[in-house]
Write a protein that binds this ligand. Structure first.
Ligand code: AMP
Ligand code: MG
Length: 268
């Protein structure tokens, strides 16, 4: 079911035509959670195979508006995965050293090695999102970044990195609910900053920037999934299912045993 949300050719993509409240064919949350549970188990096994097969790495990009659920998605979807073959990198505001290089420099340093999964909580896409919305560089500079991103991702894909990108798509109303909830909940309050309220004022600018990024950077080698994310259970299901389907296509192999099975007879 996740494939409905996959975009390989973004030329006609319109964010306004997507429904953040969509829950696919599911009639209940329980039904989706049962499927999610089985996909989490499949993901665990596929990740083990990726780890021993050593031909590929997988890069998972997560982007969303504030409160969109990037942290929650990582926590749930990867709950079965061995931390040994997995690394999460959260991209914050670039520091001075980052800014003294090109925008892909800090990204390159965080790429996963063969056999492992790299999860990007925010990514190089911030350089055509927040940077564009707040004019952090000249338009003539960010305009050229879409092509640079496509070339960068194609090079990685050609060399064995499987790239999957998720935009967790919540509605503006849902964000308001989540912000209120964060303010009221003592366990979530720390996640809330004034900046979140300030950014909300730029909602439509961000929607435009996301639409453009998805239109220009959806490719067969690095597709975007626009994930309906108002319902957390559907969001988690779609992300887990997309990862399972992507890894299944790789035909990953466990290596043959390196010993003769007769060896057991001689064991004392
Ligand atoms: P959070 O994910 O809530 O910890 O916030 C991280 C902040 O870093 C967000 O406000 C992002 O917009 C910001 N950020 C991430 N990447 C960049 C970038 N390349 N340029 C400017 N700000 C960024
Ligand atoms: Mg935040």
């Amino acid at each position: 079911m996740s494939q409905r949300h996959r975009i390989e050719d973004g030329s006609k993509f319109k964010l306004s035509q997507t429904d953040p409240g969509d829950t696919g064919k599911f009639t209940s949350r329980e039904e989706a959670e049962a499927k999610l549970k089985s996909d989490i188990e499949k993901l665990r096994l596929l990740h083990e195979k990726l780890y021993v097969d050593k031909r590929f790495s997988m890069l998972v990009v997560l982007q969303a508006m504030d409160t969109g659920g990037k942290d929650g998605t990582i926590k749930h979807v990867f709950s079965g995965v061995n931390p040994q073959g997995c690394r999460v990198t959260s991209f914050k505001k670039p520091n001075e050293e980052d800014l003294s290089h090109d925008f892909l420099w800090r990204i390159s340093k965080a790429l996963p090695e063969r056999g492992t999964v790299g999860i990007f909580n925010r990514s190089h896409y911030e350089d055509v999102l927040v940077v564009r919305v707040h004019d952090l560089v000249e338009k003539s500079v960010w305009k050229k970044r879409y092509e640079a991103i496509n070339n960068f991702e194609e090079r990685l894909a050609n060399e064995g990195t499987v790239i999957v990108k998720f935009f967790l798509n919540i509605s503006k109303d849902e964000q308001l609910e989540r912000i209120k909830f964060r303010i009221e909940d003592p366990e979530k309050r720390w996640k809330f900053t004034d900046a979140d309220l300030k950014e909300r004022k730029f909602w439509s600018d961000y929607q435009e920037a996301y639409e453009d990024a998805i239109q220009k950077c959806s490719t067969p080698w690095a597709p975007w999934y626009v994930v309906p994310a108002n319902k957390k259970w559907y969001r988690n299901y779609v992300v887990a299912n997309a990862l399972v389907q992507t890894l299944e296509k790789l035909d990953l192999k466990m290596p043959k045993a390196k010993f003769d099975s007769d060896v057991l007879k001689d064991l004392k």
